[in-house]
Design a protein around this ligand. Structure first.
Ligand code: NAI
Ligand code: MG
Length: 391
């Protein structure tokens, strides 16, 4: 029997993850689940939000289901650390970024598909009324490199400055004192660009998407964005039936609010993929609906896109939308080849959304709080129950 490492994390991660497991069980998916510690709680208690024992479990079982974690600024990180750990050189680092880098989870997949009847769906105004185009975009985001690679300085060491000054464009900054200079490097490699492009095209072919859009900024960021674009072109040669479009991230953000239905698979580097996937998620229901997968060669971790929403953590009964987590379990099932079960769950979500009698507070556009139920909102559990009833 396969074993899934469950990492609820902090805040509402602890609420939604068990809901996902309920749906997996109800769909007849059999697995063992092993809990693993992660998040702010373990930063405070142990000085490490991503303990070695969690890394070991992931290395052993290869598949993780993750909720969400809380992270806070540097000063808070130090003051919330257990007194005996303070001043010992512990430095907070995001466990999600750590997980992606540790296991080289370089392919992030973020499907953004609208469900009929979702009151949060994008609509377009026309002269004589409104139309609601079906959005079905799947974003492939390179997950480990680019501006998120962590190679950065404020007041860079002299040798870094000297090295940079071998580039003539660096002259413009020659007069800037070190302490006034911050540098974050955008580093991309051909291999990683190739892998994300191959994953994107293969997915498009397998699922019948007609286009792959390479979303970068190659007219300005010529080297790194240019590399992604070149690799996409090379991979595209193997897929003559799929159209390849290039867009710039800025223009893409405008077009997706005009004609989101034009886009199928989108492939992007880390930061632009982060941006464009949030943009599309906003058109199909936002954080309550946004699921994602982080896939490496050996290990894969599945998570809703949302964070720990600490302000809703303590509300009883819980109000948050479990659909993002439920759709996350579909991605996990797809990865394991359990495509029928994944489709059944997704269809059940679609049926509940379409019927429209069970809606969490976000779907009703309410401000979160204990009074949402008196305005007709369903609890987290009621939403999961409704999905399970439709399986
Ligand atoms: P967030 O995603 O936790 O919440 C933002 C807002 O979105 C919430 O206040 C709520 O109104 C709504 N929301 C989120 N999930 C929802 C759900 N399932 N159903 C209904 N509404 C939902 O982002 P925020 O507030 O910026 O960050 C809170 C904490 O989460 C921070 O410590 C942040 O660092 C962390 N975070 C963690 C992430 C992760 O674990 N992958 C991702 C983003 C933020
Ligand atoms: Mg984001």
């Amino acid at each position: 029997m396969r074993t899934i490492v469950t990492m609820p994390g902090d805040g509402i991660g602890k609420i939604v993850l068990p809901e996902g497991l309920r749906v997996l069980r109800a769909a007849g998916f059999e697995a063992d689940y092993v809990h693993a510690d992660i998040g702010w709680e373990f930063w405070c208690k142990e000085g490490n939000p991503f303990p070695q024992r969690t890394i070991d479990l992931l290395a052993e079982h290869k598949i993780g289901l993750f909720g969400a974690i809380t992270s806070k600024p540097k000063d808070k990180a130090e003051t919330e650390l257990a007194p005996e750990l303070r001043g010992k050189g512990h430095v907070y680092a995001s466990p999600i970024v750590g997980m992606r880098q540790k296991f080289d989870l370089d392919i992030s997949i973020r499907p953004c598909q609208s469900f009929e009847g979702n009151p949060l769906n994008f609509i377009r105004r026309r002269g004589d009324g409104f139309m609601e185009p079906k959005v079905d975009a799947v974003i492939f985001r390179q997950n480990t490199e680019c501006l998120y690679c962590g190679v950065e300085w404020t007041n860079p060491p002299a040798e870094v400055r000297r090295a940079l000054e071998t580039h003539k464009k660096m002259k413009a900054f020659a007069h800037v004192p070190g302490e006034d200079l911050a540098i974050s490097c955008r580093i991309m490699t051909r291999g990683a660009c190739r892998r994300i492009c191959e994953a994107a095209f293969a997915y498009a072919a397998r699922h019948g998407y007609k286009s792959v859009t390479v979303c970068e900024k190659a007219n300005v960021i010529r080297e790194t964005s240019g590399l992604m674009r070149a690799e996409a072109r090379a991979v595209a040669k193997n897929y003559p039936d799929i159209a390849v479009w290039d867009t710039n991230i800025d223009a893409q953000m405008m077009w997706l609010t005009k004609n989101p239905e034009d886009y199928g698979v989108i492939v992007s580097s880390n930061m632009f993929g982060d941006i464009v996937s949030d943009g599309f998620a906003g058109l199909v229901g936002g954080l309550g609906f946004a699921a994602s997968a982080n896939i490496g060669r050996d290990v894969a971790v599945f998570e809703p896109t949302h964070g720990s929403a600490p302000k809703y953590e303590k509300l009883q009964p819980a109000i948050v939308n479990p659909i993002a987590m439920i759709l996350t379990t579909c991605m996990l099932l797809d990865y394991l080849g359990e495509t029928d079960k994944a489709a059944r769950i997704k269809n059940a979500v679609a049926a509940v959304v379409k019927e429209g009698t069970v809606r969490t507070y976000d779907m009703l556009r309410l401000t979160g709080g204990p009074d949402v139920f008196s305005h007709g909102a369903a609890t987290t559990t009621q939403m999961t129950d409704a999905v399970i009833a439709r399986l």
